[in-house]
Design a binder for this molecule. Structure first.
Ligand code: PEP
Ligand code: MG
Length: 677
């Protein structure tokens, strides 16, 4: 046996690239090589990158290298030599890396709610798998191990391709991290532990990989050295790749710390629904716009959120310090102490609380037009807001947020209980439940992602394709309607044919429940008008339904062909585009002629100046984020509907969105000081 004591002198300590070099050198020898920390019991195998990294040996750490075997002396000399050359790393690259990791970085996005939050980054990557435990029979264990090995091979091939591309496009210095990823994949500490877990626990490979991966990552979160701790996210990356190759679906949700700021490229509504929101302080995403569902939910929950940050996600690591300033639409990564002190002062502003003496019931304009103000709600945790903000019941319950996981449907009983609670919260004005407005991201088809989900099997199309799911939901609504005032709205109908097909299913379920003597009640049936074909045939549709809901978010998206969640095209998302105004006006007129009510429930209704325009167009029923009700109430009580009508007529004569906005700014100067997107 040969041994030597030494100290880590390299500036970044024994980090991933250094460890990768060490493994490469150590693996050339037959002897076993261990590294021991002199200040504790931890010991690492010098041929295992994961083992080395868990030593958390930062600069100044005292170590002992022990070699044992036929070539122990040469092995020891080679390893000690590598340490003395600081792992053959170019000093200037390290400096670059430090700068990337710690410099204060400000990024501009779009603040979609209120508040300023100081917290720690928690990276959430959509499209990575949601993992469940499955019991594997003794006879299938070998097959499960083979499945795991195949996923490792596939991951390796992918990483080699990525590495080659990175080398070509960015240079060798930037590709090194994939060397470390490749070494993780062939490290027995990972692969052997996963296979052992499969066999010992009779576990499926996904679960075994997750358990072993979580253990490794959790060792990292306890490391004091900030730079080395960051490397935990490299292991996270590799585990996520493995899981994705094993399952090919769904997100993963790490444990949330108290001050978690979720950073993601994009967030699915179903992901938000599944997070423990009591621990989430804020959200920052690369994609998204004012009307993306994530933004709507963040506002509903009073969560601070900045979206449209482009390539911010890739600059972060779990655990980084971050400030999210939704008021200025800005995030600050690695804030320096002065910045934190400044924000601590600002964020001490109390968040706007519900007014103490909340006004209820409809609001009257100065010329006596009564306008109902209802609440849009997404999650059961928001139901209490209906009363807190004086809403006239619930104008829209986005029921799809009950579907918390891809591929997972809620049961009849769960839905029934939720709808009953909803009806209770809504009280005398009642609540309107929307049939699941899900697209490619949820449901049994989740494995077959659509190329263009917004134009795909979304909303009513999804329900008509999956009638069993639709029937379950309809039954739950009809049963809950026996206990409180509920109506039902069908999302995204394109024409009368959609309406008739959906109504037939609803009628059949009502008949069936009645025949089975199950307590239930018939409900009013409405449709969401949110695609141009529905606007153009609104008169025909109006004769088939009890009410309309105007979904202005989608109406803008589909009328202008602008993806509402894509920040790259957000400047084309113009709520006040004349074409959108024609669509709204036409829909309101068709409903008036047919004698049915229209509830405007897109984000337009929550924006005071737009609400005034809607009233000018004849809308008398608006549904919005509950917290916005007092502001909209205050504004509408100060205007005359007739004046608003005169302004609307000028807007309808304008040719471009710019012209309309200019008109509105001139005519409603006070209102335009509040949000005007
Ligand atoms: C809308 O499209 O305006 C709407 C209210 O529905 P959602 O935002 O849920 O699509
Ligand atoms: Mg919609």
């Amino acid at each position: 046996m040969a041994e030597r004591r030494l100290q880590v002198t390299s500036r970044l300590g024994l980090h991933a690239r250094a460890a990768a070099n060490l493994v490469r050198v150590a693996s050339q020898f037959k002897s076993s090589l261990t590294i021991q920390r002199l200040d504790g019991n931890s010991e690492a195998d010098a041929k295992s990158i994961l083992s080395i990294l868990t030593l958390a040996a930062s600069r100044g750490t005292d170590l002992k290298i022990v070699a044992s075997g036929e070539d122990e002396q040469e092995a020891l000399e080679a390893v000690v030599g590598l340490f003395s050359r600081d792992f053959d790393e170019p000093e200037k690259d390290e400096g670059k890396y430090i700068a990337r990791a710690t410099n204060e970085l400000r990024c501009k996005g779009l603040g979609v709610s209120d508040g300023v939050v100081i917290g720690r980054v928690l990276r959430l990557q959509e499209g990575t798998p949601n993992v469940y435990r499955a019991e594997i029979a003794e006879t299938d264990l070998e097959r499960e191990r083979r499945r795991f090995r195949a996923a490792v091979r596939l991951s390796r091939r992918q990483l080699e391709t990525i590495k080659a591309r990175a080398e070509k496009e960015l240079g060798r210095g930037h590709a090194y991290i994939f060397d470390a990823h490749l070494l993780f994949l062939q490290d027995a500490k990972l692969t052997r532990d996963v296979e052992d877990y499969i066999v010992k626990e009779h576990s499926n490979a996904e679960w075994a990989a997750k358990v072993v991966g979580d253990r490794l990552v959790s060792i990292y979160t306890q490391i004091n050295d900030e730079y080395l701790r960051e490397r935990g996210s490299d292991i996270e990356d590799v585990i996520q790749r493995l899981l994705a190759n094993l399952t090919g679906e769904g997100p993963k949700y790490p444990n949330l710390s108290e001050d978690a700021v979720i950073v993601s490229t994009d967030l699915l509504p179903s992901t938000i629904a599944e997070l423990n929101l009591s621990h989430v302080k804020a959200i920052a995403t690369d994609a998204g716009g004012w009307t993306s569902h994530m933004a709507i939910i963040a506002r509903g929950l009073g969560l601070t959120a900045v979206v449209g940050l482009r390539d911010f996600y890739q600059r972060t690591r779990t655990g980084d310090r971050i400030i999210v300033d939704a008021r200025r639409g800005e995030v600050v990564l690695h804030p320096v102490e002065e910045t934190i002190a400044h924000y601590q002062f600002t964020s001490a502003d109390p968040a706007p609380a519900p007014p103490e003496a909340v006004e209820c019931g409809p609001v009257k304009t100065l010329d006596g037009v009564e306008v109902s103000l209802r609440a849009n709600v997404e999650l059961p945790t928001e139901f209490h807001a209906v009363n807190n903000f004086g809403a006239c019941g619930v104008g829209l319950f986005r029921s799809e947020f009950l579907l918390s996981r891809p591929g997972l449907m809620t049961s009849d009983v769960e839905q029934y209980e939720t709808y009953k609670l909803l009806a209770e919260a809504a009280g005398e004005y009642g609540a309107i439940v929307r049939l699941f407005d899900v697209g490619g991201e949820v449901g049994p088809d989740v494995k077959e992602r659509e190329r263009n989900p917004a134009l795909g099997l979304r909303a009513v199309r999804f329900s008509l394709r999956h009638k069993d799911i639709m029937r379950t939901q309809v039954r739950a609504i009809l049963r809950a309607a026996a206990a409180g005032r509920l109506s039902l709205v069908i999302p995204m109908v394109a024409d009368v044919a959609d309406v008739r097909m959906a109504k037939r299913v609803i009628d059949e379920e009502l008949e069936r429940l009645t025949a089975e003597n199950v307590p239930c009640s018939a409900v009013q049936i409405g449709v969401m008008i949110e695609v141009p074909s529905a606007v153009l045939t609104a008169e025909k549709i109006a004769s088939e339904v009890d009410f309309f809901e105007l979904g202005t978010n989608d109406l803008v998206q589909y009328t202008l062909a602008v993806d509402r969640g894509n920040d790259q095209v957000s400047e084309w998302f113009r709520t006040l585009h004349p074409a959108v105004l024609y669509g709204i006006n036409r829909t309101l007129e068709a409903a008036k002629n047919a004698g049915i009510p229209v509830i405007v429930c897109g984000e337009m209704a929550s924006t005071p100046v737009y609400a005034a325009l809607l009233v000018g167009m004849g809308a008398i029923d608006l549904s919005m984020t509950p917290a916005m009700i007092p502001r909209v109430r205050a504004v509408l009580s100060q205007i005359k509907a007739d004046d608003a009508r005169a302004i609307v007529l000028k807007c309808l004569a304008a040719a471009t969105a710019d012209e309309v906005e200019e008109l509105v700014r001139n005519e409603f100067p006070d209102l335009c000081r509040s949000r005007n997107s």
